[in-house]
Design a protein around this ligand. Structure first.
Ligand code: NAD
Length: 510
C-alpha cells in the first residue's frame, strides 16, 4: 500500500523514539496490527521495555532544560512547521488512520485536519500566554501572575482518535514550553509511529535536540503504570475509558501529580415537540452511527417527547434502513467496522442485556458476513426502545446502539433524563422554542461539558474547550483557556519602594 511507504511504515517497526532516534528493543513482544477494514495484516510494532522508558525519560528531562528557555513564539514556529508538514502528509496519514482504526476516509481526513487546525491555534497561542496584573494593597508594590511550563507532559490516547488527541495535548503543551511523551493505544500504534516520523523531520530541519517529542509503545501494565507512578511526569493527560481514567487519577494523585481526564460519555439528544425534525433526524443518525458509534461524543440516548415519538421512530427506521455498511475507505458507505471482534461481542451482549431489562431491539444488531466483511468486525447499527434507568442504558457501550427514550411533560423532565447518568460529556436539544433552549443551557439545564442547540452531540470544534463533567473526568483540552492546564501558575510581588510594609496591615517592628 502506497500510503504505508510514504509514511515510512515498514513491515516491522520500533515503538520507542525520542525524536529522530528510535530505540531498537525487540524482546518485549510485537504488536501485530490487522486492519478492521479487511482483516489483513498491516505491519507490526515492537513494544518498549522498562529500560527504554528510563532512557526516554532521561532524554526528555534533558530536552526540557533547553526547551523551556526557547521563547514561546519560537516554540510556536516549530509547531507551525509541524502543521505544514501535516498538510503535506494529510492524505496518506488519513488513509492510515482509516485503515488501522476503521473510520471513514472522510473522518480520517477530518481528524488530520483537526491536527492541522490545532497547530494553527497553538501558533497564535504562543504569542498570548498571558497572566493578569493586579493592584497591590501595599504602596510601591507591583503584583502579577505568570505561567511557567511544567516539564514532561505525557499523553495517553484512546484508539478511536489515534492522532488528533495527541495533537490537542502535545501542540498546546509544546508552545507552553513542555516536552511531550506519547503512549498511544496498543490497538493503533502505526499511526503514532507515522506521526513521530513526520514530527522528526521538523526537528531535524531545525537542529533540535532529542526528547522534545517522544513516543513509547508498550503495555499499560508495565509502561503505562511506570508513567502513572513517575514523579518525572508532572502532568498526564489520559483519554480513554472511565475505569482506566479513574485508576490513573488515583495513582497520579498519590504522588501529587496532575491529570487531565477525557473519559467515557453517554450523550443524549432531546427532541421536544418544537424540534425541527429536518435538522434533527440527520444529526441523530450521524451522531449515533458515525465512526460506527465509537466516538466519545456519539449519540447514545434519544430523549423524545411522547407527542412526536412515533413520527421520530418511523423516520429513524427509514433512515437506518438506507444506511450503507462496508469498507470505510469507499465513500459510498456510511458505517465502517468496529475496532475488533471483541467490540462486536460487547455490542451484541449489550443488546441481549437491554432486552433482558425490558427493552426492544427494533432495528439492527446483526453481524455481517461474507464478501467485504471478512474482518468479522461489521455489524448493523441498532435502535432500541428503552428506559433511562436500565443498567445497560446507564453504561457507555462503545458501539452504534441508540436507545429511544420517551418523555412526557415539559422540558425539565427531558433535562432530568439527560442528566440522569453518571457521565457528563456531550448533550443537545432540538427545539425552536427559545424558553426550552435557554432552560437547557441554564445553570439548572444540562450538566454536561458540551451542550448544543439544534446541532448533534458529536463533532466539536477545536476553538472551544473540550471535555466533560462527572465520570467523564472533568478535564478540558483544545481551545478556550485549556492551555493553562499545561502550565504552573506563579504569583509575583515586587517592592520598588524604600520600606517593607507587610500584607494585611501586620506590624513587625525591630
Ligand atoms: P481504554 O481505556 O481501553 O484505553 C485508553 C488508553 O489507556 C490506551 O492508550 C491504553 O493503552 C491506556 N491504558 C490502559 N491501561 C493503562 C494503565 N494501567 N496505565 C496507563 N495507561 C493505560 O480506552 P479505548 O478503548 O482505547 O477508548 C475508548 C474509550 O475512550 C471510550 O470510553 C471513550 O468514550 C473514551 N474516549 C474519551 C474521549 C474524551 O475526550 N472524553 C475521547 C476519545 C475516547
Amino acid at each position: 500500500m502506497d500510503f504505508l511507504k510514504t509514511l515510512g511504515i515498514e513491515e516491522k517497526n520500533y515503538g520507542g523514539s525520542t525524536g529522530q532516534q528510535w530505540l531498537t528493543t525487540t524482546t518485549e513482544g510485537e504488536l501485530k496490527i490487522y486492519s478492521p477494514v479487511d482483516g489483513k495484516f498491516i505491519a507490526s510494532v515492537y513494544q518498549c521495555s522498562p529500560k527504554d522508558y528510563e532512557s526516554i525519560i532521561q532524554k526528555a528531562n534533558e530536552a526540557f532544560i533547553e526547551w523551556r528557555k526557547v521563547p514561546a513564539p519560537k516554540r510556536g514556529e516549530i509547531v507551525r512547521q509541524i502543521g505544514l508538514k501535516l498538510r503535506e502528509y494529510k492524505e496518506p496519514l488519513a488513509a492510515l488512520v482509516s485503515y488501522e482504526m476503521g473510520k471513514s476516509l472522510q473522518e480520517g481526513l477530518g481528524e488530520v485536519q483537526e491536527m492541522i487546525d490545532i497547530c494553527d491555534f497553538a501558533v497564535g497561542l504562543s504569542r498570548q500566554l498571558y497572566g493578569y496584573t493586579m493592584h497591590s494593597e501595599r504602596p510601591s508594590h507591583r503584583m502579577y501572575d505568570q505561567y511557567h511550563p511544567l516539564g514532561i507532559v505525557s499523553t495517553v490516547s484512546a484508539f478511536n482518535f489515534p492522532v488528533a488527541v495527541w495533537s490537542w495535548n502535545a501542540m498546546l503543551a509544546a508552545v507552553c514550553g513542555n516536552v511531550n511523551l506519547w503512549k498511544p493505544s496498543s490497538k493503533v500504534p502505526l499511526t503514532a509511529v507515522a506521526v513521530q516520523k513526520i514530527t522528526a523531520q521538523v526537528l531535524k530541519e531545525n537542529n533540535l535536540s532529542e526528547g522534545i517529542f517522544s513516543l513509547i509503545v508498550g503495555k499499560g501494565s508495565t509502561i503505562g503504570e511506570a508513567m502513572l507512578n513517575d514523579k518525572n511526569i508532572p502532568l498526564i493527560s489520559v483519554t480513554g475509558s472511565t475505569p482506566v481514567g479513574k485508576h490513573a487519577a488515583e495513582v497520579v494523585a498519590k504522588r501529587f501529580g496532575r491529570v487531565i481526564l477525557e473519559l467515557g460519555g453517554n450523550n443524549a439528544i432531546i427532541l421536544t415537540p418544537d424540534a425541527d425534525l429536518k435538522l434533527a433526524i440527520p444529526a441523530v443518525v450521524f451522531g449515533a452511527v458515525g465512526t460506527a458509534g465509537q466516538r466519545c461524543t456519539s449519540t447514545r440516548r434519544l430523549i423524545i417527547h411522547e407527542s412526536i415519538y412515533d413520527k421520530v421512530k418511523d423516520s429513524l427506521l427509514k433512515a437506518y434502513s438506507s444506511l450503507k455498511i462496508g469498507n470505510p475507505l469507499d465513500q459510498i458507505n456510511h458505517v465502517g467496522p468496529l475496532i475488533d471482534k471483541n467490540a462486536v461481542t460487547i455490542f451484541k451482549n449489550a443488546l441481549v442485556q437491554a432486552e433482558k431489562e425490558g427493552g426492544k431491539v427494533i432495528f439492527g444488531g446483526e453481524s455481517l458476513e461474507g464478501e467485504g466483511y471478512e474482518s468479522g468486525c461489521y455489524i448493523v447499527p441498532a435502535l432500541v426502545e428503552a428506559e433511562n434507568h436500565y443498567h445497560i442504558v446507564q453504561e457507555e457501550t462503545f458501539a452504534p446502539i441508540l436507545y429511544l427514550i420517551k418523555y412526557s411533560g415539559d422540558v425539565s423532565q427531558a433535562i432530568a433524563l439527560n442528566n440522569g447518568v453518571v457521565q457528563g460529556l456531550s448533550s443537545s436539544i432540538f427545539t425552536n422554542n427559545m424558553r426550552e433552549a435557554e432552560e437547557f443551557l441554564s445553570a439548572w439545564g444540562s450538566d454536561c461539558g458540551i451542550a448544543n442547540v439544534n446541532i448533534g452531540t458529536s463533532g466539536a470544534e477545536i476553538g472551544g474547550a473540550f471535555g466533560g463533567e462527572k465520570e467523564t473526568g472533568g478535564g478540558r483540552e483544545s481551545g478556550s483557556d485549556s492551555w493553562k492546564q499545561y502550565m504552573r501558575l506563579q504569583t509575583n510581588t515586587i517592592n520598588f519602594g524604600t520600606t517593607l510594609p507587610l500584607a494585611q496591615g501586620i506590624k513587625f517592628e525591630l
